[in-house]
Design a protein around this ligand. Structure first.
Ligand code: SPV
Ligand code: MG
Length: 291
């Protein structure tokens, strides 16, 4: 089954599936070997790992390069956080073409303006895209895909921007009619109240994806009860690695010694294993001695 079909089935299945953030080949590989069935290629995490902001400071082709490494390192579907599609309908449809060439399973686009800002930074101040324009973008993307199961998720930022539930529903319905495969309902509240209200009103018109970063206290059984289709753990590999790197860097800066360090970091053998160094050794035995 191709990766888009796998992702589409996950999104359409009744019980929630869970996908995990990765931001490079290494983290993507860790997500897969842990057992996750899909990867969220987070815009926040990819930009942060490049040392830039989540404001489209990294160009879309730079993001594509990262995706290529992630895709090469894994076999499970990747859902790209495609921000606003990096421009108008024309940029967004070209993005779909390039993603399909790299076997990326799907892309999520959000109804904001390029260059975007992360939803958790001054969300209220963020202008939304006109509904018609965003619908045209979705249509152009769906018309461009050659794999019929390539997934386009429409992310509605109405609640983030403080426009309320009516606007949220109006936009979600318009994007459904434009051909989106799923709606990502985003909320910055620390409880799940907005998502609950949306799920009630929406009543399963199209699969729903959520990102519970801010309402992290919500027990997972609520996602089942509400009928959410896909849950994204959106940035936790990045945040875990930042903490680990800060701790070890501070410790080494203080102690100027590896004595207390060695047992608190991954063994070198583990890095070689993740890189599949063994395969190259076997290949060298086979090919370098062939002459
Ligand atoms: C991301 O991971 O980049 C996202 C999710 O878009 S959020 O940061 O919650 O907006
Ligand atoms: Mg993002």
């Amino acid at each position: 089954m191709n990766k888009s079909t796998q992702l589409k089935r996950m999104i359409q299945s009744q019980n929630p599936d869970f996908i995990m953030e990765a931001h490079n080949g290494l983290s993507a590989k860790i997500v897969e070997e842990t057992g996750f069935k899909g990867i969220w290629a987070s815009g926040l995490s990819i930009s942060a790992s490049m040392g830039v902001r989540d404001n489209n400071e990294a160009s879309w082709t730079q993001v594509l390069e990262v995706l290529e490494f992630m895709s090469d390192a894994t076999t499970i579907p990747i859902l790209l956080d495609g921000d606003t599609g990096y421009g108008n309908f024309n940029n967004a449809r070209r993005l779909v073409k390039k993603l399909e060439q790299r076997h990326i399973a799907g892309v999520c686009i959000e109804d904001k303006l390029f260059p975007k800002t992360n939803s958790f930074i001054k969300g209220d101040a963020q202008p939304l895209a006109p509904i018609d324009e965003f619908c045209g973008k979705i249509k152009a993307m769906k018309d461009t895909q050659t794999n019929e199961d390539f997934v386009v998720v429409a992310r509605v930022e109405a609640l983030i921007a403080g426009h309320g539930m009516d606007e949220m529903l109006r936009r979600a319905e318009a994007y459904r009619q434009a051909g989106a495969d799923a709606i990502l309902a985003h909320s910055k509240r620390s409880d799940i109240a907005e998502i609950e209200a949306f799920m009630r009103e929406w009543s399963g018109r199209l699969p729903v994806v959520i990102v519970p970063t801010k309402y992290y206290r919500t027990p997972t059984h609520r996602f089942y009860e509400l009928g959410v289709n896909l849950v994204i753990w959106a940035n936790h590999n990045l945040r875990a690695s930042v903490q680990a790197m800060q701790n070890i860097t501070q410790q080494l800066f203080r102690e100027r010694s590896l004595v207390q360090i060695e047992n608190n970091v991954s063994p070198l053998e583990e890095i070689f294993r993740l890189q599949d160094a063994e395969e190259l050794q076997a290949a060298e035995d086979r090919y370098l001695t062939a002459a």
